[in-house]
Design a protein around this ligand. Structure first.
Ligand code: F6P
Length: 546
């Protein structure tokens, strides 16, 4: 393992990759495909219903072999085993990293400090199943005896992005008689717009917060309680029927006034960005029902087992992670575009942003040494084909290299005339155009005036992966998310960083806590910030008064 003081850049496989890059950097995908007619069939993995075509990456067989050597040399296998064993691999927080336990089958054993956590996971799942049946069937009534028709999840970061993404992704499977909303931003507009047209008597709030101390969530939760009580005549007993909590912090939940009987627990060995399949998924279960939710967990678990057991050369998350290392550290790509050609996955890129960037946005190794190589790339994206009419121009003809992950499905959930064939034609066309481009000879042969030729040339040689799947189901969503979770794990293990802490969010939080009273103070506060911040605070205080 790359522990101790050995830097990744000192590994033999890394050095070989550097030398190899010098040899292959001039190669064009056109040549790689022309020289190997079977490439597009060979550089693929077909596993668990996911077909990954990674042939349009700028790699040779030697690159792939050296990347696999890098995984071996940096001890990826040992890292994987350590996670699944429950070792405290989140070193800076001294915690196990066991989102895989959230989807382990009932009989499994996963120990944390000598205790099997799987029975606890299933006890909470059973409680979620019971609660969601009661709400969905109308057995759970609000304070005034009306059934619940609206569900609002209040949370932020991992306590929001997973629930929103999963709700949107699985909307097809959702109970359409229920309205779901998600409030995350402390900007009052978020809560105001989410509640504007709702009847408090029919509304249930799920306060989702691992810590139950996050300022945005607590502020929104208090305002939601005020809204509810104002609408229901002020009887505080109403809170018990209209608020449930998802948290690791029973004490804070109780302080807020939520009966801990209505609390759905999870544990500190679940990271926020890895929590959508814990009780944080309560809104998802309410939307799609427990059977679909359990099918999603099974999908996660299948990918966990694939990651744990498959040979690296056929291991979907390992391959995806290694390709990201190649593109980031050798081809020097700064970003990865996530391009789902599936409208239901419209929040998937946003979800992946937290998963990947909170995990891999690290500048020191596990033992605190400053890295001398790049870590996490910027993840971003939009559903196709919208992006094609917006930012794809830069991907095709800009000066930056932007590796793309295309995600597409064989069967539409809402078949409509020719729509799906057109959609899929676009995915295949984009990946083809990025890889192979269009030469000046081809452009000239079309009769393009000379002065326009350079503008119409596509250099190509732009890498992409295509993930093709039969149909978007809860099970497939679980597999897809676990694929990226473990790809991030692979990257973090090789970069030798702590992929499970997020100290980078603390400084801003602390400063905001200091500034809030300065903005609210009735008298002119003494300001000890830099001149820019002081000035902005003074200006805001004036604007506020007007
Ligand atoms: O942004 C920092 C963070 O701690 C995330 O990791 C987490 O998902 C989010 O805040 C919300 O935290 P909590 O669930 O404790 O409210």
């Amino acid at each position: 393992m790359t522990t101790g003081d050995q830097l990744l850049s000192e590994c033999a496989a890394w050095k070989k990759l550097e030398a190899h890059y010098e040899e292959v950097q001039g190669l064009h995908l056109k040549t790689l495909f022309a020289d190997d007619p079977a490439r597009g069939e060979r550089l693929t993995v077909d596993a668990l219903g996911l077909y990954l075509d990674y042939s349009k990456n700028r790699i040779t067989d030697e690159t792939f072999k050296l990347l696999l050597d890098l995984a071996e040399e940096t001890g990826l296998r040992a890292h994987i085993d350590a996670m699944f064993r429950g070792d405290k691999i989140n070193l800076t927080e001294n915690r196990s990293v066991l989102h895989v336990a959230l989807r382990a089958p009932k009989g499994a054993t996963i120990l944390v400090d000598g205790e099997n956590v799987v029975p606890q996971v299933h006890a909470v799942l059973d409680k979620m199943v019971d609660f969601s049946h009661r709400v969905r069937s109308g057995a759970w009534l609000g304070h005034t005896g009306q059934r619940i028709r609206n569900i609002i999840n209040i949370g932020i970061g991992g306590s929001d992005l997973g629930p929103v993404m999963a709700y949107e992704a699985l909307r097809y499977y959702s109970d359409h008689n229920l309205t779901f909303r998600f409030v995350s931003n402390v900007d009052g507009t978020d809560l105001a717009e989410a509640t504007r047209d709702l009847d408090p008597a029919e509304t249930l709030f799920i306060i989702s917060s691992k810590t139950f101390t996050t300022a945005e969530t607590m502020t929104n939760a208090h305002s939601a309680r005020d809204w509810l009580l104002a609408g229901l005549g002020g009887d505080t007993k109403a809170v018990a029927k209209h608020f449930v909590a998802v948290s690791t912090n029973a004490e804070k939940v109780s302080e807020f006034g939520i009966d801990t009987g209505n609390m759905f627990e999870f544990w500190d060995w679940v990271g926020g960005r890895y929590s959508m399949d814990s009780a944080i998924g309560l809104s998802t279960m309410l939307a799609i029902g427990s059977e679909h939710f359990l099918a999603m967990l099974d999908g996660f678990h299948q990918m966990d087992e694939h990651f744990r057991t498959a040979a690296f050369a056929e291991n979907l998350p390992v391959i995806l992670g290694l390709l990201t290392i190649w593109n980031t550290n050798f081809l020097k790509a700064q970003t990865v575009a996530i391009l789902p050609y599936e409208q239901y996955l419209k929040r998937f890129p946003a979800y992946l942003q937290q998963l990947t960037m909170e995990s891999s946005g690290k500048h020191v190794t596990l033992n605190g040494t400053h890295v001398d190589y790049d870590t996490g790339p910027v993840y971003w994206g939009e559903p196709g084909t919208n992006g094609q009419h917006s930012f794809y121009q830069l991907i095709h003809q800009g000066t930056r290299l932007i590796p793309c992950d295309f995600i597409a499905f064989g069967q539409p959930l809402n078949p409509l005339g020719r729509h799906h064939d057109m959609l899929l034609a676009n995915v295949f066309a984009q990946a083809e155009a990025l890889a192979f481009g269009k030469t000046s000879e081809q452009v000239q042969a079309e009769g393009t005036p000379d002065r326009l030729v350079p503008h119409r040339v596509f250099e190509g040689n732009r890498p992409s992966n295509t993930i093709l799947i039969e149909r978007l189901t809860p099970e497939i969503l679980g597999k897809l998310i676990a694929l990226y979770e473990h790809s991030v794990f692979t990257q973090g293990a090789i970069w030798n960083i702590d992929s499970f802490d997020q100290w980078g969010v603390e400084l801003g939080k602390a400063l905001a806590q200091r500034i809030t009273p300065e903005l609210e103070s009735q008298t002119e506060p003494e300001l000890n910030h830099d001149s820019s911040t002081n000035c902005l605070i003074r200006r805001y205080r004036k604007l506020k008064k007007n």
